[in-house]
Design a protein around this ligand. Structure first.
Ligand code: ZN
Length: 115
């Protein structure tokens, strides 16, 4: 996100969540899992909620556009991310049961094939 913000203004909404915060997010329907099953529950956090700034919650297309920028930055740095607008990463945005358009989680480094 330090690299993303050089290209597009954004605001970090949430990083690490402790037990109380995670279970509150679950109770409010903002998360589908209770503590400690979210990537937000690692320390340091392996998930971050980020929104393009200024935030317009009524403009979903802006969040998708922003997510594309985030994913491009990540892949350029060799990181695999999971976006809450495409949990299974298949680029089909209509097969979602739960959209979390501000959520990005770290899935590790891109594996490079040795030849
Ligand atoms: Zn999240």
């Amino acid at each position: 996100m330090n690299e993303v913000i050089k290209q597009v203004d954004c605001s970090i909404l949430c990083g690490e969540r402790n037990e109380k915060e995670q279970n509150k997010a679950y109770d409010e329907g903002k998360s589908k899992v209770r503590f400690p099953d979210s990537k937000h529950n690692s320390s340091p956090s392996l998930a971050v909620d980020v929104a393009p700034w200024p935030i317009d919650w009524d403009d979903a297309s802006r969040f998708y556009y922003f997510a594309g920028r985030v994913m491009a930055v990540a892949s350029g740095k060799g990181y695999r991310l999971r976006f809450g607008g495409d949990w299974d990463g298949d680029m089909n945005l209509k097969d979602q049961s739960f959209n979390d358009l501000v959520h990005f989680e770290y899935m590790g480094k891109v594996e490079t094939e040795e030849r």
